[in-house]
Design a binder for this molecule. Structure first.
Ligand SMILES: [Zn+2]
Length: 438
C-alpha cells in the first residue's frame, strides 16, 4: 500500500515534467467504481486497478510510468520509487509535443477513410526530414501511440529521404488495400514551431498543417487489373510524386516480404527489380561464398552499379564509408568491350581476411532476361511502374533461389600483398585486370 501511495505522489511530479497527459480527479466517484486512466486518449490497463480513496485516485505507479515511456525502479532500502523519463534537449519539450501530436492527428484524419480491422501498416519519412531545423522524429512516437504500429511489429516503416523533403505519412490497410496519404505543410509547421506556441493547440485545428489528405485504394491486384486508371493518377501525382515509392513498399510489406528486403527497399526508398537483384546477390554470397572467419569481411566492387548496391549495403553492411564498397560505372562502349561470358556482369565480390591478409574474389552475373522469360513479364510492355510492380511481386517467390538468376563468371585468389581496394584505384581497370575484356 505504501508503494501505491508513493506512486500517487510520484505521478504528480511526473505530470509536471511531461505535461499534457490527461487525468481526472473526480469528486463524485464511490470507492468501488472503476477508475479509467487515459494517456493521450488511450486507456491504460493495470494488473491492480486504480481506485478512489478519500477523494483521491490512487494509481499503481509502474504501469502508469511505463505508459508515459518512463522507467521505474523500487528501492527497498530507501523505500523510494525512482522514475526516469527520457530526457529532452533543453527547450525541446514543446517541439517534441508538437510533432508527436501532429502525427497523432494525421492518423486520426486517416482513420476517417479506413476500416481499422487491425491490419494497418504505416509508411513515413519522419525522422529523416527536418523542418525549419526541427527534427520530425517525434512523429514516430505519435504514430505508435495513435495506430499501435511500431518498428518492432514491422508495421511502422521509415522510408529514407533527404532531410529537406516534405514530411508525409501513408496509412495502408493490408487486406483491403485502402490507403491514405497525408502530406504536412512544412512552412506552416515550421512557423508554428518557431513561434513557440502551445503545442496542444494542434489538437484544435490540425487540418491547417496538412497540405494534402488523399485516400486511394492501391492494392497491387487492383492497380494491375486496371493499369490505365492508376496511371492517370500517377500523372496527376496524387501522392506528390511518391506513387511508385509508396505503392511498391506498401504492397511488398503487405505480402509479408522478409525484413531484409523490406529494409533494403526502405533505404533505396522504393522497391524495384534492381533492389531485389541485390537482395538475391547477397543471399547468393551467403550461400555460395560465405565468410569463413570473424576476421573476414566482404568488399563489393559495384561494377556496374545499379539499385542492387543499396540492398547489398543494407544486408551485408558493405558501405563505401567503411571501405566495404567501391563503385565503377560501365558505360555503353565499355560494355561493348566485355567478353561474351561477362555480358551480364553484376559486380566483383571479395572476401578479405584483414588479420591473415589473404582473400579471394568472385565475379558474378545476373540474368534479368531469364527472369523475364520465366515470369513472362515483358519489361518493355506497359507502364514503367506496372512492369516493375509486377516483377517485384513475382520475385517474392524466388528469393531463396538466387542460383536461378546468378552465375559465376570467374573465381580468383588475391595475390600476396594484394588488397581488394587495389582493384578500384584511379587508373586501374578491374575488368582488364581480371581479363574480362575482349
Ligand atoms: Zn531502384
Amino acid at each position: 500500500m505504501r508503494k501505491v501511495i508513493s506512486a500517487a505522489l510520484c505521478f504528480v511530479t511526473l505530470l509536471a515534467v511531461l505535461g499534457g497527459a490527461v487525468f481526472f480527479f473526480p469528486g463524485g466517484l464511490s470507492a468501488m467504481e472503476p477508475v479509467k486512466i487515459l494517456v493521450n486518449g488511450r486507456e491504460v490497463t493495470f494488473d491492480v486497478s486504480p481506485f478512489l480513496q478519500e477523494g483521491r485516485v490512487l494509481v499503481p505507479v509502474s504501469r502508469l510510468a511505463e505508459a508515459l515511456g518512463c522507467g521505474v525502479k523500487w528501492d527497498e532500502k530507501t523505500n523510494a520509487v525512482e522514475i526516469t523519463c527520457p530526457a529532452f534537449p533543453q527547450g525541446a519539450v514543446g517541439e517534441y509535443r508538437f510533432w508527436r501530436l501532429l502525427a497523432e492527428q494525421a492518423a486520426r484524419e486517416a482513420f476517417k477513410y479506413l476500416e481499422r480491422r487491425g491490419d494497418l501498416l504505416v509508411l513515413t519519412n519522419a525522422g529523416y526530414v527536418t523542418v525549419g531545423g526541427s527534427s520530425t522524429a517525434p512523429c514516430l512516437d505519435g504514430l505508435i501511440a495513435a495506430t499501435g504500429c511500431s518498428p518492432g511489429r514491422g508495421n511502422l516503416l521509415e522510408v529514407h529521404t533527404a532531410d529537406s523533403k516534405p514530411l508525409w505519412f501513408f496509412f495502408f490497410e493490408k487486406k483491403s488495400g485502402q490507403g491514405v496519404f497525408v502530406e504536412v505543410d512544412g512552412a506552416k509547421a515550421a512557423g508554428f514551431v518557431a513561434s513557440g506556441s502551445d503545442p496542444n493547440a494542434v489538437d484544435s485545428n490540425p487540418a491547417q498543417f496538412f497540405k494534402k489528405v488523399v485516400a486511394e485504394n492501391v492494392s497491387a491486384e487492383k492497380l494491375l487489373a486496371n493499369p490505365g486508371d492508376w496511371n492517370q493518377k500517377v500523372q496527376m501525382k496524387v501522392f506528390s510524386g511518391l506513387e511508385f515509392n509508396i505503392v511498391t513498399i506498401a504492397n511488398l510489406a503487405a505480402k509479408g516480404a522478409p525484413p531484409g528486403l523490406v529494409k533494403a527497399a526502405l533505404f533505396h526508398d522504393h522497391l524495384c527489380p534492381g533492389v531485389t537483384s541485390g537482395y538475391l546477390l547477397a543471399n547468393y554470397l551467403k550461400k555460395e561464398f560465405p565468410l569463413r572467419s570473424p576476421d573476414e569481411s566482404y568488399y563489393v566492387l559495384a561494377v556496374p552499379p545499379w539499385c542492387k548496391d543499396d540492398a547489398l549495403q543494407v544486408v551485408l553492411n558493405t558501405t563505401p564509408g567503411k571501405s566495404g564498397m567501391a563503385v565503377i560505372p560501365v558505360n555503353a562502349s565499355a560494355r561493348e568491350n566485355l567478353k561474351p561470358e561477362a555480358k551480364n556482369l553484376a559486380g566483383i565480390y571479395f572476401r578479405y581476411d584483414s588479420k591473415a591478409k589473404k582473400g579471394d574474389g568472385v565475379v558474378l552475373a545476373f540474368d534479368f532476361a531469364k527472369a523475364q522469360s520465366l515470369s513472362g513479364i515483358d519489361m518493355n510492355k506497359g507502364f514503367t511502374w506496372e512492369t516493375r510492380l509486377k516483377s517485384d511481386l513475382w520475385y517474392l517467390d524466388y528469393l531463396d533461389r538466387p542460383e536461378l538468376f546468378i552465375n559465376v563468371i570467374k573465381k580468383f585468389e588475391l595475390k600476396p600483398g594484394e588488397v581488394p581496394d587495389d582493384y578500384a584505384q584511379p587508373g586501374v581497370n578491374p575488368l582488364a585486370r581480371l581479363n574480362l575484356l575482349k
